[in-house]
Design a binder for this molecule. Structure first.
Ligand SMILES: Nc1nc2c(ncn2[C@@H]2O[C@H](COP(=O)(O)OP(=O)(O)OP(=O)(O)O)[C@@H](O)[C@H]2O)c(=O)[nH]1
Ligand SMILES: [Mg+2]
Length: 202
């Protein structure tokens, strides 16, 4: 297994579908969201490294489900992004099936971190993802990404415009910026609670 950060993080592998993934027992946390929203970057920021998850300015960079073990305490799953227009419908359908198959069938999945772009307000695909997860009784934490691109004076209103329609609370919607390192502490608090099997406060 390839390791990073002095062995703290290991790449378990990249998988095209649920049935090819290894059976594991650690609590697993998935990172989902639209293509290019900053999932892979957020994983790197949370882990304090630039190298673990592959980042790109080109949407659709992450095409397989990548699993990382974190300190033998938990597993992160970096999912391919949804909503990327520039791929053929057949490929889109395949990605959707891969993501839904994973989310619906992964045994130790304990939390889905859904990343939404803080600048754009709630998007239909994000709302569908969040409501679908709730229906499946999967806890959801939302990170509002790239807040560094919003003026400080606009951040409060931008968060409110996401919080209310998506049915979130101040605890389940965290403003996040990989550039500024904003939101990492609050996010880790939730991830650590999940890894330790503690009840979430939202
Ligand atoms: N300004 C700013 N840019 C960011 C931030 N996070 C990510 N980006 C940029 O957004 C682009 C996409 O980042 P990725 O992390 O690859 O996005 P992704 O969601 O993993 O994309 P896919 O794998 O294609 O689904 C890159 O150019 C990043 O540098 C952030 O917090 N602030
Ligand atoms: Mg990615």
């Amino acid at each position: 297994m390839k390791t990073y950060g002095g062995g703290r993080v290991g790449l378990l592998g990249s998988f095209p579908k649920l049935s090819s993934m290894p059976r594991t027992t650690l609590p697993e946390i998935a990172f989902a969201g639209r293509s290019n929203v900053g999932k892979s970057t957020a994983i790197n920021t949370l882990l304090g490294t630039k190298k673990v998850a592959r980042v790109s300015g080109t949407p659709g960079r992450t095409q397989l489900i990548n699993l990382f073990t974190i300190e033998e305490r938990m597993i992160f799953a970096d999912l391919p992004g949804y909503g990327f227009a520039k791929v053929p419908d057949r490929v889109k359908a395949n990605w959707k099936a891969m993501i839904e198959g994973y989310l619906g069938g992964r045994e130790h999945l304990k939390l889905v971190v859904v990343l939404v772009d803080s600048r754009h307000g709630p998007q239909t695909l994000d709302a569908e993802m969040i409501w679908g997860l709730r229906q499946a009784s999967l806890p959801v934490l939302v990170l509002a990404t790239k807040v560094d691109k919003l003026k400080r004076s606009k951040r409060g209103a931008a968060l409110k415009s996401l919080r209310e329609p998506l049915g979130l609370t101040t605890k389940s919607l965290i403003p996040f910026s990989s550039l500024e390192g904003l939101g990492t502490k609050e996010t880790w608090k939730v991830l650590n609670d999940v890894a330790a099997g503690r009840d979430l406060e939202f």
